[in-house]
Design a protein around this ligand. Sequence first.
Ligand code: ADP
Ligand code: MG
Ligand code: ZN
Length: 574
Amino acid sequence: MEASLGIRMDEPMAFSPQRDQVQADGSVKKHEQNFKLSGVKKDIEKLYEAVPQLGNLFKIKDKIGEGTFSSVYLATAQLQVGPEEKIALKHLIPTSHPIRIAAELQCLTVAGGQDNVMGVKYCFRKNDHVVIAMPYLEHESFLDILNSLSFQEVREYMFNLFRALKRIHQFGIVHRDVKPSNFLYNRRLKKYALVDFGLAQGTHDTKIELLKLVHSEAQQESCPQNKSHVITGNKISLSGPAAPKELDQHPTVKTVKRPYTNAQSQIKQGKDGKEGSVGLSVQRSVFGERNFNIHSSISHESPAVKLMKQSKTVDVLSRKLAPKKKAISSKVMTSGVMRKTASSCPASLTCDCYATDKVCSICLSRRQQVAPRAGTPGFRAPEVLTKCPNQTTAIDMWSAGVIFLSLLSGRYPFYKASDDLTALAQIMTIRGSRETIQAAKTFGKSILCSKEIPAQDLRKLCEKLRGIDSNTLTLTSDVQGPAARDPAFSEKTDHNVSHVIQQTPEAQHPGNSLHKDSNGCGGSLNTDTISLEGWNEVPDEAYDLLDKLLDLNPASRITAEEALLHPFFKDMSL
Ligand code: ADP
Ligand code: MG
Ligand code: ZN
C-alpha cells in the first residue's frame, strides 16, 4: 500500500506540533526536511511490513511523535460509513516488556474514553510489534501557545487536567509522567486528553489488574529477560515466572527502566523541551522524558544537592565521575522514621558517614532502596526525587502543579534539570530549603543542605517571570520579556535566576536575565499590542491552588477531586 506523505497534513498547520520544522529558510533546511521525510516514509513502510493488517484499515500519513519507547503516527481510516476518521497509531518499541504494554493498554481501555482520558479503538499485534489505535486529537505545542493563553484558558486547562487526573486516580492509576506533552490540548475545540500510560503504576488497591503486575523499575529490572511472555490483544499469558522476584542487590549503578529496552545507547538529547510532540527524528532524551539514570548525584555548577541514598554505590560513583563544584550542597538520607518501609535499612541511622561527604561501610552494606523514579526530573515530586518508596497519586498532583507554575509564569520547562538532585535544589529555591527538609522528614528522608534558601512568594515569582509589574499590575514596558522557552531554572542559568528571584525588585541590578536596564533602551514588548487577558488580575485563589499542588508533603497535598472544588474554579462545573 502506498502511503501518501507530506509534511503538511490536511488541516492547517496552526495546531501542528511540527510547525517549526516546516519553515524552510534555506536549502540546508530543505535538505534536512527531505532527509527527514524520507526517513518518515521509510518508517511508515516498515510499520506496514511489521504489522501488515494495518494496511487493510489505515492510510498512515505522517509521524507525529517519536520517543524512546514509541513512535506515534497520524493515519486516516474508513472505519464506519461516513467520513474518514483520523486515528493516532502508537507503535510501541518491540523491546517493551509485554506486561508493561498490556498494562498501558488496560489503563486506556478501562479508564480511558471519558473525562479527558484518551481512549482506545483497536490494538494490533504481530509478533513483538504492538500498535495501539486511538482517536486522533489534533493538539497544540505547549511552548508555542504558552504566552498567548488568556487567564481564562489557563483556568480551563487546569480544570480539565484535574478532571482527567480525578478519573485515573479513581481507578488507582498513578500516571507518573504528567506533563504537557502527555496532556493533549486542542485550543480551538477546547478538547483535552491525557495520554501515555507507559509509565503508569497502580496504587495498592488499583482497579487495573495488570498494574498489579507492574512494579517499580527497581523490581522490574530483576524480571528475567524472558521473551516467552505472549501478548495478544488484551490477553496476556505468561510462561515465565509470573511475579517479579525480589530486587537483587547488584552493587553497581543500574541504568534499567524497562527491562526489554536496550535503547540507552542510541538515545540522543532531545531539544527544546518539546519532546514527544516534535521532531521527526528527535529522540527522547535519557534525562528528559524517561530517566534511565539511577545514579543521580553528579554535582553541577548549579545549586547542587547531594542525595546520599542508602544505596551502595551511588555516591562513590558520582564522586569519581564529577568534580566537586558546590553551590548548595545537601544530602538526602533515609531516616529512622521510615525504617519499616525501608525494611532493609540497618537499625541505626547515625552511622560513620552521617553528615559527611563519604559513604561508610554501614551504608555500603545497605540494600538499594526500591522506589520508582519514572518521569521527567523537572516534573518529579520531592518524594520521587528522594526515592521515597511509598508513592501515591499525589505525585501526579505535584506534576500538575509544575504545569500550573509554567502557565502562571509563562516559562516552560519551568525546571530543567538533568538529574534528581539538581531538580531537588531547584525546588528548594522556590519552596524553601527548610520547608523541603521539614517535609522530607514526614516521608522518612533527611536532607542535608549547606545553605538556607528562603521560600518564594509564588505570586511575586510568577509575576516577575511573566514580566508583570506587581505594583502597577501592568506589563513592564521596559522589560525585555523573557522567552517562554527560557526555563526559569536550567542547568546553566539557575544559579543566576535563583539569585534574581531571591532579590526584591528594588535590589535587582540592571543587566540580569529578567529585567533590562530601565534607561529607555530595549523594550521589545508593547503594552498596546499585547493584551493582558486577565493576567493583571490573577486572583489569590490561583496562587492558593498552586501552593496546595506544590505542597512538599504528599500526605497533605491537594487531590484532584479537591482541586476541582477549589474556589479557583468557582463558576466552573463538571
Ligand atoms: P510516548 O510514550 O512515546 O511519550 P505518547 O503516548 O506520549 O508516547 O505519544 C507521543 C506523542 O504523540 C504525544 O506527545 C502526542 O503529541 C502524540 N499523540 C499521542 N497520542 C495521540 C492521540 N491520540 N492524538 C494525537 N496525538 C497523539
Ligand atoms: Mg509521552
Ligand atoms: Zn553511613
